[in-house]
Design a protein around this ligand. Structure first.
Ligand code: GLY
Length: 236
């Protein structure tokens, strides 16, 4: 197995996008009964989230323009996968989300990353299904991400092994797990998470900065969905 990649978990920039007015009514959601999203509260919580990225984590924020015609566009993570100086622009599994990649691609191009595009029409991949541990990738095979998408990711990041994880009862792999630091995975307690856990290592204690995301959770959003983290330190 390869060693931990240099600079893993260190970032200089976060790409974010504000909450569109169309989110409460039109954002996709697994549970259609979640029809009570409070837009003002969602926006306040998103501002708090961006504030943590900027002031607590010291990241430079790249804020994309809000687009009311793209109700899920606050979830920028699904549109690209950044590792080192390469950005894979995804082909999101939901047809209505494909246009979200345009503005994300522009921002990543402006940050001088090497852009790889997923053009194969049989492939789908949402960034929310991709977990990078610093040594390897895990790709969730979900309603949004298929085997071909995982293969194209493996091709774009040839230095790393890629394993797939079947996703049950959740939108994305990172709906229930995320890296909390080098060699430290955090994972939820739901049945779907526990099934996936069989693929992962044991957990250790970790520090948390609480950030509420109560409204976006109703449309299947989680913390990592709302940013793309980039490390440009080697150029500074
Ligand atoms: N609402 C997030 C998604 O369905 O993609």
């Amino acid at each position: 197995m390869a060693g931990l990649t240099v600079g893993f978990g260190e970032y200089t920039h976060a790409i974010v996008r504000g909450v569109p007015a169309s989110l409460p009514k039109d954002a996709l959601r697994m549970n259609e009964a979640n029809d009570d999203v409070d837009l003002a509260r969602a926006r306040r919580e998103h501002e708090l989230y961006v504030g943590v990225l900027m002031h607590k984590l010291g990241l430079q924020i790249v804020e994309l323009p809000v687009d009311d015609s793209l109700p899920d566009s606050v979830f920028v993570e699904d549109a690209a996968l950044v590792c080192g100086d390469t950005a894979l622009i995804t082909r999101p599994g939901a047809l209505g989300r494909r246009k979200e990649t345009e503005m994300v691609k522009k921002a990543l191009t402006d940050l001088h990353l090497n852009i790889v595009e997923m053009t194969d029409e049989s492939a789908t991949l949402d960034g929310g299904d991709v977990l990078f541990t610093g040594r390897e990738f895990f790709v969730g095979l979900s309603k949004r991400t298929n085997q071909r998408g995982a293969e194209i990711l493996a091709d774009a990041f040839k230095d790393y092994a890629v394993s797939t994880v079947p996703i049950y009862d959740a939108l994305h792999l990172k709906s229930f797990c995320s890296m909390a630091g080098p060699g430290l995975l955090v994972i939820g307690s739901s049945d779907g998470a526990q099934k996936a856990l069989k693929v992962f290592e044991r957990l250790k204690d970790h520090m948390l900065i609480p950030v509420p995301l109560t409204q976006m959770a109703k449309v299947d959003g989680s913390l990592s969905c709302c940013s793309i983290l980039v490390n440009k330190r080697h150029e500074m």
